[in-house]
Design a protein around this ligand. Structure first.
Ligand SMILES: [Zn+2]
Length: 177
């Protein structure tokens, strides 16, 4: 059993809540209020947090959610002190019965990573602000070449991979396109 649902945050952020038989994690909690409300409504006790990159709208809720630093908070090498488990390209982490491979995808930021799980043939990817519905993320810190290479890495994943991105930009991306 796996259930993945968005918690809306700010104007267009998605905080992803993933629940299996073994527990629940959130990806990129930029804020804590909506997240805590949602966890309370669903009577969910959080088991961990995954972070894709250092931007505040993806990390601002960590300290409120981390239960006095008792939760594992996975993330890349950056200056966010509340990340307790630093991961790099090729690392594999096991949380709530899911195995995630870390893929470094610099471009939007230099520290940006994605979390990929084969999930028994129903692959899932949490790619933060690198790939959106109808477009890619803005290039703030990396180069266009880095972003292109990062997108090429994601393109190699199985075609049936479900992609969970960090913002709802679909309409504006299609307008731009
Ligand atoms: Zn960002």
């Amino acid at each position: 059993m796996i259930n993945i649902e968005p918690i809306k945050a700010f104007s267009d952020n998605y905080i992803w809540l993933v629940t299996t038989n073994e527990g629940s994690i959130v990806i990129d909690p930029g804020e804590s209020k909506n997240t805590l409300d949602s966890l309370k409504n669903k009577q969910i006790d959080l088991s961990g947090i995954l972070i894709t990159h250092h931007h505040f709208d993806h990390t601002g809720g960590i300290s409120d959610l981390s239960k006095n630093n008792t939760l594992d908070v996975y993330g890349p090498n950056n200056d966010i002190e509340s990340i307790t488990k630093r991961v790099i390209n090729g690392d594999v982490i096991n949380v709530i019965g899911l195995s995630f491979e870390i893929i470094e995808i610099p471009g939007h930021t230099l520290d940006h990573i994605a979390y990929y799980s084969f999930n028994e043939g129903n692959p899932i990817l949490f790619c933060g602000d690198t790939l959106f519905s109808g477009g890619c993320g803005r290039i703030f810190e990396g180069t266009y070449e880095q972003m292109h290479n990062s997108l090429k890495k994601l393109k190699c994943l199985p075609k049936n991979t479900k992609i969970y991105c960090g913002h709802e930009y679909t309409e504006s991306n299609f307008k731009f396109a």
